[in-house]
Design a protein around this ligand. Sequence first.
Ligand SMILES: CC(=O)N[C@H]1[C@H]([C@H](O)[C@H](O)CO)O[C@](O)(C(=O)O)C[C@@H]1O
Length: 229
Amino acid sequence: MKTNKLNKTFVVIIPARGGSERLPKKNVLPLKNKPLIEYSIDFAKSNLDYVEKIVVTTDDQEIKRIALKNNVQVIDRPKEISGNKASTVSALKHALLTLNETYDFVILLQPTNPLRPKNLLKSACDKIIEEGADSLITVTKNHHKLGKIVNNTYEPFLYNMGQRSQDLEPLYYENGLLYITKRELILDDKIISNNNIPVIVDHAFANVDIDTMDDFKLAEFTLEQQKDE
Ligand SMILES: CC(=O)N[C@H]1[C@H]([C@H](O)[C@H](O)CO)O[C@](O)(C(=O)O)C[C@@H]1O
């Protein structure tokens, strides 16, 4: 296996089920004429100085065809772990156990987060190695004043009504852009552990996480805006 400057091996795994419910066939929907999954494949390919291998795991023939056309390895994801309740980690674990090679870290790229800042993967890999962590997750600062509805009444959550937003305790959301996890953790059915580190992403791309047609339209809009900058 070739090694990168970090002397660790990274495999990118892109899990792409065929049977999305809210937005049918979402992983292959054309975003500006390119199937959604190709954004993650291309992103991984632009980082081949860090990444040893790119793998798509899928139960779907069309996704398989697109992945093969892009020259990446395909792992056939068994039906039992391809339903709408199947966890992402079960697909990653199956892929790792199916591959003949052993890698130090898995980089998970979700096809539903097609837009990522250019240097995200390299800076995240550098960070997890520098800090000696076993897992890494990308997050973004939340700018909403969140609350709960209890007994038909709104209750502010972790703030007081009228409190200035600058004075609130910062909260972050999981943006889904990228995860890095040590092989052993995945084999133990975990994507992040208590020893994880966050990478804070402050970029419009972090708002794009596609579950619905509205999310898809936001992706189109965000991509269009970015082109103008
Ligand atoms: C690695 C991981 O846990 N992925 C999960 C993602 C992310 O939590 C989300 O994309 C973050 O924005 O959410 C799901 O797609 C979802 O909510 O249906 C389930 C999926 O297993």
